[in-house]
Write a protein that binds this ligand. Structure first.
Ligand code: SF4
Ligand code: SF4
Length: 81
């Protein structure tokens, strides 16, 4: 299990105007399981969305090749030189 600096969105209902922009205009790549891309955060015209650190542990899978090593974490991809 690995953990790292991953983020997820939190909507502040006291600031949200229910305009629907973050759901109807922004194309979320993972509506049911936020991957922290930040698209809705940047798109909200009322600054009602915050990105907060998600420190929950994630499983990892490493895949090696002769050229590079890829390490996958749940819902995230990183590359080691
Ligand atoms: S874009 Fe912002 S204000 Fe509009 S529904 Fe989403 S969170 Fe609420
Ligand atoms: S747009 Fe990105 S940050 Fe917003 S909920 Fe979807 S995955 Fe999470």
């Amino acid at each position: 299990m690995l953990s790292g600096n991953f983020f997820k969105r939190v909507r502040d209902r006291t600031l949200c105007k229910e305009c629907g922009f973050c759901e109807e205009v922004v194309v979320c790549p993972s509506p049911n399981d936020c991957i922290g891309c930040g698209a809705c955060y940047k798109g909200c015209p009322y600054e009602a969305i915050r990105m907060v650190e998600d420190s929950s542990p994630r499983r990892s899978v490493s895949i090696g090749s002769t050229a590079l090593k890829l390490m996958f974490q749940r819902r995230q991809l990183s590359r080691e030189p």
